[in-house]
Design a protein around this ligand. Structure first.
Ligand code: IMP
Ligand code: MG
Length: 190
């Protein structure tokens, strides 16, 4: 799938949007390797436990889709939509749940999957929400981690790649709803 995907555009393709330069930070081959590694760890830890995997929309949808296809045991998938960013590149600190859980979490082995842990505010807020519903176990997996930006103490059990404090897009991750379709993770250079 990844080899046929187009390279990132040289600048912003959306009509009316200000031009932004993109620089590849993490190539698709590296993403694929990390996703496979995370899936191996999850497979080892969840064998025979029939986990409930909760993806956080929208940013995790590409990562989640790739990750779950490496898991060769029964899983339930649910999706929630959280929002903490407006159209800005700076977290508002306010976490809203725009679409909630449909599958009960009580007594389930829950794994939350997100794209990036940045300040940690949204994941810590959502993890508390899940914990109040009494899962059997609760773990967190994120593709990317910006440790230098953390504002709350949150333990992420499965981390793909740590990145510096730069705003990234691609592989499901957006800037003002653009660039989710890029195959590589890119830095937006203003
Ligand atoms: P946090 O609550 O600050 O940890 O981050 C919440 C969400 O903000 C993440 O799950 C991402 O969806 C989004 N986010 C954080 N950093 C970036 C970025 O560099 N680019 C795009 N979205 C980001
Ligand atoms: Mg997110």
């Amino acid at each position: 799938m990844t080899d046929d995907c187009p390279p990132p555009p040289a600048d912003s393709p959306a009509a009316g949007a200000a031009p932004q330069r993109l620089r590849v930070l993490i190539e698709r081959q590296t993403l694929a390797r990390e996703v496979r590694r995370l899936a191996q760890e999850i497979t080892r830890d969840y064998q025979g436990r029939y986990p409930l995997i909760i993806g956080i929309l929208k940013g995790s949808f590409v990562f989640l889709a790739d990750l779950i296809r490496y898991l060769d045991f029964p899983v339930t998938i649910d999706l929630v939509r959280l929002s903490s960013y407006g159209s800005q590149t700076v977290s508002s600190g306010q976490v809203k749940m725009l679409h909630g859980l449909e599958v009960p979490v009580r007594d389930r082995h829950v794994l939350i999957v997100d794209d990036i842990v940045d300040t940690g505010l949204s994941l810590s807020h959502f993890a508390d929400y899940v914990r109040q519903r009494e899962p059997a176990t609760l773990k967190i997996c994120t593709l990317l981690d910006k440790p230098s930006r953390r504002q709350v103490d949150i333990h992420v059990d499965y981390v793909g790649i740590a990145i510096p404090d730069q705003f990234v897009v691609g592989y499901g991750i957006d800037c003002d709803e653009q660039y989710r379709n890029l195959c590589d993770v890119c830095v937006v250079e203003e």
